[in-house]
Design a protein. Structure first.
Length: 52
């Protein structure tokens, strides 16, 4: 049982997709924060008119 846990901890096969997902999430958050700080909202960026 202990060797199975050790092999699971050493297995790095799923790390790359997780890292890519985290990097993508960070980029989206930073882009959203930058656009918000610049005074834009989502309607300005997408070119759609807000619906009231």
């Amino acid at each position: 049982m202990f060797t199975a846990i050790q092999s699971f901890i050493r297995d790095e096969a799923g790390i790359a997709p997780i890292e890519y997902g985290l990097i993508t999430a960070i980029v989206v958050v930073l882009a959203t924060a930058a656009a918000s700080a610049a005074g834009y909202n989502i309607h300005d960026l997408l070119g759609t008119a807000p619906q009231n």
